[in-house]
Design a protein around this ligand. Sequence first.
Ligand SMILES: [Zn+2]
Length: 107
Amino acid sequence: MIAWGTRMHVVNLGHTEIHVCSNCRQERRFDLVLVYKRWFLYWLFSFITCRKYRMVCEVCRRGWELRREKVEPYVSEVHIPFMHRYGLASLAVALAALYAMSSLAGR
Ligand SMILES: [Zn+2]
């Protein structure tokens, strides 16, 4: 059986601002979060299918989306685990290496 699927992840990037929440109708702390979706094969080998930055209310989690090109210059590090980003590519490289080694061994 082949196990595959998608999963959403939310990473708090540690930047906060105070805004009036249109849903709570009060002044609240808003967190900058990275929301990404990954497609996976056997939960380990995956790649990112969608990446968004959002400011979300600390209470109701509603907010607004930010333009990726405006946020990424200020985000100092990549907050997505390696296997979430390049897991499927790593599997492809490993399989290609195994195939190359078996081809060389067969000569
Ligand atoms: Zn709110």
